[in-house]
Design a protein around this ligand. Structure first.
Ligand code: SF4
Ligand code: SF4
Length: 91
C-alpha cells in the first residue's frame, strides 16, 4: 500500500476553531523562504489570490513540521482538542 492510500484511511474529526493560526504580518514582512509551502507532507499551505498564506488545517496530520520550519515563528500551533483532529487507521 503506498503512502497516498495509507493517508486515505485516516479520518478527520473537525473542531470549530483552527489549531494552526498564521500571523500574516510576519509572513508578509519577515519571511524570505516560505518554507511552509514545501515541508508539509499533506501539502496544506498555499497562497490565496491576494498572496496571503493559508493553511487548510482541517487536513492536518499533526506532525509539527511546519511549526519547526517556520523560522520567523509566524505560526501559533497546538494539537487539536481531545477527541478532535486526525485519527490514524493502521490498516
Ligand atoms: S514559513 Fe512561516 S513565516 Fe514563512 S510564509 Fe510560511 S508561515 Fe509565514
Ligand atoms: S503539522 Fe504537519 S501536516 Fe499539519 S500543517 Fe503542519 S506540516 Fe502540515
Amino acid at each position: 500500500m503506498n503512502i497516498d492510500a495509507k493517508l486515505g484511511l485516516d479520518v478527520f474529526k473537525l473542531d470549530k476553531e483552527p489549531h494552526i493560526v498564521i500571523a500574516q504580518e510576519v509572513c508578509a514582512t519577515v519571511c524570505t523562504n516560505r518554507a511552509c509551502l514545501y515541508v508539509c507532507p499533506a501539502d496544506l499551505y498555499e497562497l490565496d489570490d491576494a498572496k496571503r498564506m493559508t493553511v487548510n488545517w482541517e487536513g492536518c496530520l499533526e506532525c509539527g513540521t511546519c511549526m519547526i520550519c517556520c523560522e520567523p515563528r509566524a505560526l501559533t500551533w497546538s494539537y487539536p482538542r481531545s477527541q478532535f483532529g486526525v485519527q490514524y487507521r493502521m490498516s
